[in-house]
Design a protein around this ligand. Structure first.
Ligand SMILES: C[S@@+](CC[C@H](N)C(=O)[O-])C[C@H]1O[C@@H](n2cnc3c(N)ncnc32)[C@H](O)[C@@H]1O
Ligand code: SF4
Ligand code: SF4
Ligand code: SF4
Length: 468
């Protein structure tokens, strides 16, 4: 990766800032990336030399022979192309200050006892979100949001709280309508206690569920066990057999640990063969129950990178056309459509900006991934505070002040910063640090994706296959 010469402030035109650009040779093409906004274009590698002349300030250039030369026409064309693609254009990146998503952790109780769970308590003694607190959270979030609010029903196991789900979804839908706003509900479940009532209500209110399967039965049953230590795959199969079309409309999430880090392709194939709507991953985080014996769960980075590469090859070859493989598609979307779509993969991540999370005991968090025992936790509590106050609390401001470019040399100069965002702060060792494993995955993913897009239409074909 090459860095273009830095311009001094007086050389930077108001609409074009060369210091944001990084270039990466990709065979006979060159990727020109705005490392802040994540916008890019490709130029012929023969034109790369002219990019460097962009540092010359045309209005102050005394070499009239140079300005009249055909070479200068090429320089102007490249600059125009950059500006048309918003590459090197300051302030072209979107800001995300308005709340649009709220996570409601309805309980930390669960009928399962997954060994790695970051959010698990036995049924007895577990917290349950009080109805009025849940309602207040939705009301306040609707007031704070612009036109649309997404509510994510989470846990513990949210399907254990079905009366609460129905109450909050009905009330939220009514209040949103009164305010002329849209509200959408989704949820994350273990899909082991599905009933006719849950299916009917979910269909009626369009609740989009995702659920957790870690792979084939022997992999899934390794850590996803019940309170007696028995694997839970069978419980999922029961729901699958009872309500096949409902279950198949849901997306699947696999937690990546030492048992499946080398088996991404096999897992994606398994979930696709079951007929599910999509497959995603959640990389193991050593908090909650997973904090103890974390080495037992932790994935191996080299194995994971090799496995991701294999998965990418399969996606590129067309094997997964029509099936969203999100561990690849997330990076592809960020690269092709810009970082706005995914609240995690952008320099200003969602935490305490467009996202807030309310835990079962009413604690307001910037994001549900933030360690509840750590220094970035607890922006207030719904019992005595509001979402608005939580968003402007000193801890929320501290979270929003995260800037890896000032503290991590690699990020300060990284071509992928705009699309990677500097990894998830909740997984990083410190506020301004990066999560090393996620950084390595970003580097591999954006390298493979940019190379593929410069030389073939395979990945665009894949994206188009998901639109039909
Ligand atoms: C805490 S669960 C709550 C929802 C529901 N009970 C379920 O299992 O899907 C949400 C997701 O986080 C994943 N998860 C649990 N513990 C984790 C950990 N330590 N690191 C990363 N992901 C984890 C789960 O596998 C699940 O996909
Ligand atoms: S991961 Fe989900 S299903 Fe497993 S124990 Fe935690 S809350 Fe329950
Ligand atoms: S803290 Fe992490 S998981 Fe939460 S929004 Fe930010 S990047 Fe995403
Ligand atoms: S975390 Fe890694 S890939 Fe992301 S911006 Fe920083 S150096 Fe680049």
């Amino acid at each position: 990766m090459l860095q273009l010469p830095q311009t001094t402030p007086s050389e930077v035109s108001l609409s074009f800032d060369l210091s944001r650009l990084r270039i990466l040779p990709r065979g006979n093409k060159t990727l020109v990336m705005d490392r802040i906004s994540g916008k890019w274009l490709s130029i012929s590698s023969e034109d790369e030399i002219f990019l460097r002349l962009l540092t010359l300030n045309e209005s102050r250039c005394s070499e009239s022979a140079l300005l009249d030369s055909p070479m200068w026409d090429i320089v102007r064309r490249i600059k125009q192309e950059c500006i048309a693609c918003k590459v090197g254009v300051p302030h072209s990146e979107r800001q995300f200050n308005t709340l649009n998503t709220i996570i409601l952790k309805l309980t930390n109780a669960c009928n399962l006892a997954c060994s790695y769970c970051y959010d698990y308590e036995k049924m007895e003694g577990a917290q349950r979100l009080e109805l009025q607190m849940g309602l207040q959270a939705i009301k306040q979030a609707l007031s704070l949001c612009d036109k649309v609010l997404w509510v994510i029903l989470h846990g513990g196991e949210p399907m254990l709280m079905w009366d609460t789900v129905e109450y909050l979804v009905r009330a939220g839908t009514r209040i949103a309508k009164e305010q002329g706003k849209k509200i959408y509900f989704s949820g994350q479940t273990n899909m082991t206690c599905l009933t006719e009532r849950i299916v009917r209500f979910s269909c009626q209110y369009n609740i989009v569920w995702g659920f957790s399967i870690d792979g084939k039965p022997e992999i899934h049953n390794h850590f996803r066990i019940d309170h007696q230590g028995k694997g839970s795959y069978e419980l999922f199969i029961r729901s699958y057999k009872l309500f096949p079309s409902f279950v198949k409309r849901c997306g699947v999430m696999s937690t990546i640990t030492a048992v499946n880090d080398s088996r991404l392709l096999e897992t994606a194939r398994h979930i696709k063969a079951l007929g599910m709507a999509s497959w995603d991953w959640s990389l193991f985080q050593p908090i909650g129950r997973g904090r103890k014996q974390s080495t037992h769960f932790k994935f191996d980075l080299d194995r994971l990178l090799t496995s991701w590469d294999e998965l990418f090859n399969a996606v590129e070859s067309g094997e997964f056309d029509g099936f969203p493989v999100l561990p690849v598609k997330k990076y592809l979307d960020a690269f092709v459509s810009g970082p706005a779509g995914n609240m995690c993969m952008r320099p200003q991540c969602g935490a305490a900006r467009d996202l807030l999370s309310v835990s079962a005991d009413g604690t307001i968090e910037a994001c549900d991934c933030i360690d509840p025992t750590g220094p970035l936790s607890n922006l207030g509590n719904m019992q005595y505070s509001t979402l608005e106050a939580a968003k402007s609390s000193p801890t929320a401001e501290k979270i929003r002040s995260r800037d890896v470019t000032c503290h991590v040399a690699a990020c300060a100069d990284c071509i992928w910063y705009g699309v990677c965002g500097g990894t998830c702060l909740a997984h990083a060792p410190g506020l301004h640090d990066v999560w090393a494993e996620s950084c390595a995955i970003s580097q591999l993913a954006f390298d493979r994706i940019s190379d593929s897009l410069m030389h073939s239409d395979h990945m665009l074909r894949y994206l188009n296959s998901l639109r039909v």
